[in-house]
Design a protein around this ligand. Structure first.
Ligand code: S3P
Length: 450
C-alpha cells in the first residue's frame, strides 16, 4: 500500500437502485487481434469501437515499432496500414506491454514467425507471469530465446525463425493466447500449422484470420475440444472491424445491477460469442433475471442487448469444463456468489493462479477481509453466500489486477459498509471509463479513503 499514491485508492458505498442504459467498451481480445492482423495485412485496416485501454494501446505501439502505421482518427476509430506477413522489421527499442498478457503473448507469436528480433517487457505483474507455455511451441517452430528472466519470464528477447516450421501442437493448458501465438507464427510457415485444444477456448483469432482472408478450418475434437488448421503464407487483405462490447467488462455493471436492490440496467451490444458466455449461463442458473434482447450480428460476432434486473440469487456448482468460457469472470462471479443464498462452488480454477495476479488468492483474501465466508479446496473456490455482506475492513489488495479492483468496487455498492481497493489506477488497462459509467447508473464510487 505504501508505494501507491493515495489518489489511486478508491471506495464504493451502498447505492440506491441502479438504472440506465450503457455500453461497455470494446472487447479487449478482439481489439488486440484487430491491430495485429492490421499489421500483418497489406493496405488499410479500419477499426471502430477499439478499446482504448492501456493494454491495447501498448499493442498499438508495438505494431508501430514492427513497421505498421497506426493512427487514431476519432474516438475508438483507428486505421492500421500494415506491412504484410513476412514484411516486419526488428523494433528499435524494447516492446513494453505494461500489464498486457494477451498483447505480449500474441506478439511473441508474430515475432517468432519472422526473421527479426525483439525484446519484450512489462510491469511487475506481467514480469511474474509464465511465458514458457508460449515459448515452448514457438521454439519448436524455430524461434530462439536470446535471453530471459528466470523460467522464461519477461524481460525476454526473442529471435524469430528464419524459416518457421509448421507444427502440430497440442496445448497442455487451455489457452487462447497459446493457440493464437502458434497460429500467428504459422502465418509465415509453409504448409499447415495445427493446434489441438482439449477444451475449446475463445475463437476470435480463428474468426478474424478468416475475415482477413486466411484459410482456417476447425473441427470438434472429443467432448470439449477442437482441432484448428491454418494454411500458411496467405496474402492477408485488410478488413473493416467493428469491435463489439466486451462481455468481460459488461460483467461488472451486470453483476452490480443484480445485487443492488431495485436496479434495472440495459447493457447494449454485448458480444455473446458462445465461448465467452459462461458467466451468463452461471448467473441464469443462480436465478438471475437477465433478458437477451435484440440479438444480432456485428463484425462477425453475435451481440445482443442485455436487460438485467436485481433479484435474489442462489448458490450453484460451476463445472470445471465451463472455465474457458468465463475464465476472466470468476472474480465478479465470486462477488455475485457472496450475495447469493447458499454455497457456490467454482471448480477447476488452476488457471486463475497465473492471471494478472493469483486471482484465486486475491479473491479469497478480499472476501474474507469483507466478512464473507470463503475457502479454497485444491483448485476450487467455495463462497458461502448469506444474502448480505458486511463490507469494510482494510482496503482490498489488487496486486496490479484490474478485475480484482472492479469486482470489489462492485461489492461495496450493495454491502452494509463501504469497500475500498488499494489501487484503482490499474482499471485503465481494460475499462478506462469504468468509474464514470458506473456513476452514470447511480453507483457511489469515490477516490481516496472513505
Ligand atoms: C485472452 C485469453 C485468456 C484471457 C485473457 C484474454 C485472449 O487468457 O484470460 O484475458 O484474448 O486470448 P489465456 O489464454 O491465458 O486463458
Amino acid at each position: 500500500m505504501s508505494s501507491l499514491s493515495a489518489a489511486s485508492i478508491a471506495h464504493s458505498s451502498r447505492s440506491a437502485s441502479l438504472a440506465g442504459r450503457v455500453r461497455a467498451p470494446g472487447d479487449k481480445s478482439i481489439s488486440h487481434r484487430s491491430l495485429i492482423l492490421g499489421l500483418l495485412s497489406v493496405g488499410e485496416t479500419r477499426i471502430d469501437g477499439l478499446l482504448e485501454g492501456e493494454d491495447v494501446l501498448a499493442t498499438a505501439r508495438a505494431c508501430r515499432e514492427l513497421g505498421a502505421e497506426v493512427d487514431r482518427v476519432g474516438e475508438g476509430e483507428w486505421r492500421v496500414r500494415g506491412v504484410g506477413v513476412g514484411g516486419l522489421k526488428s523494433p528499435g527499442k524494447a516492446l513494453d506491454f505494461g500489464n498486457a498478457g494477451t498483447g505480449s503473448r500474441l506478439m511473441m507469436g508474430v515475432v517468432a514467425g519472422h526473421p527479426i528480433e525483439a525484446t519484450f517487457d512489462g510491469d511487475a505483474s506481467l514480469r511474474s507471469r509464465p511465458m514458457r507455455r508460449i515459448l515452448d511451441p514457438l521454439e519448436q517452430m524455430g524461434a530462439t530465446v536470446v535471453f530471459s528472466a528466470e523460467g522464461g519470464r519477461l524481460p525476454l528477447r526473442l529471435k524469430g525463425a528464419d524459416r518457421p516450421l509448421p507444427i502440430v501442437y497440442e496445448s497442455p493448458v487451455p489457452s487462447a493466447q497459446v493457440k493464437s501465438a502458434v497460429l500467428f507464427a504459422g502465418l509465415n510457415a509453409p504448409g499447415e500449422t495445427t493446434v489441438i485444444e482439449r477444451e475449446a477456448t475463445r475463437d476470435h483469432t480463428e474468426r478474424m484470420l478468416r475475415a482477413f482472408g486466411a484459410q482456417v478450418t476447425v473441427e470438434r475434437r472429443g467432448p470439449h475440444g477442437r482441432l484448428i488448421r491454418l494454411v500458411g503464407q496467405p496474402e492477408l487483405t485488410p478488413a473493416a472491424i467493428s469491435v463489439p462490447a466486451d462481455p468481460s467488462s459488461a460483467a461488472f455493471p451486470l453483476v452490480a445491477a443484480l445485487i443492488v436492490p431495485g436496479s434495472e440496467v440495459a447493457l447494449d451490444g454485448v458480444m455473446t460469442n458462445p465461448l465467452r458466455t459462461g458467466l451468463l449461463t452461471t448467473l441464469q442458473e443462480m436465478g438471475a433475471d437477465i433478458a437477451l434482447t435484440n440479438v444480432r450480428e456485428e463484425g462477425g460476432e453475435e451481440v445482443c442487448d442485455l436487460v438485467v434486473r436485481a433479484g435474489s440469487l442462489t448458490g450453484v456448482d460451476v463445472p470445471p469444463e465451463r472455465a474457458p468460457t468465463m475464465i476472466d469472470e470468476y472474480p465478479i462471479l465470486a462477488i455475485a456468489a457472496s450475495f447469493a443464498v447458499g454455497e457456490t462452488r467454482m471448480r477447476g480454477l488452476h488457471e486463475l493462479r497465473v492471471k494478472e495476479s493469483d486471482r484465486l488468492a486475491a479473491v479469497h483474501a478480499g472476501l474474507l477481509g469483507n466478512g464473507v465466508e470463503a475457502r479454497i479446496e485444491g483448485d476450487d473456490l467455495i463462497v458461502v453466500g448469506c444474502g448480505a455482506v458486511p463490507g469494510g475492513g482494510a482496503p482490498v489488495t489488487t496486486h496490479l489486477d484490474h478485475r480484482i479492483a472492479m469486482s470489489f468496487l462492485v461489492m461495496g455498492l450493495a454491502s452494509e459498509r463501504p469497500v475500498a481497493v488499494d489501487d484503482s489506477a490499474t482499471i485503465a488497462t481494460s475499462f478506462p471509463s469504468f468509474v464514470p459509467l458506473m456513476r452514470s447508473l447511480g453507483a457511489l464510487i469515490d477516490f481516496g479513503e472513505e
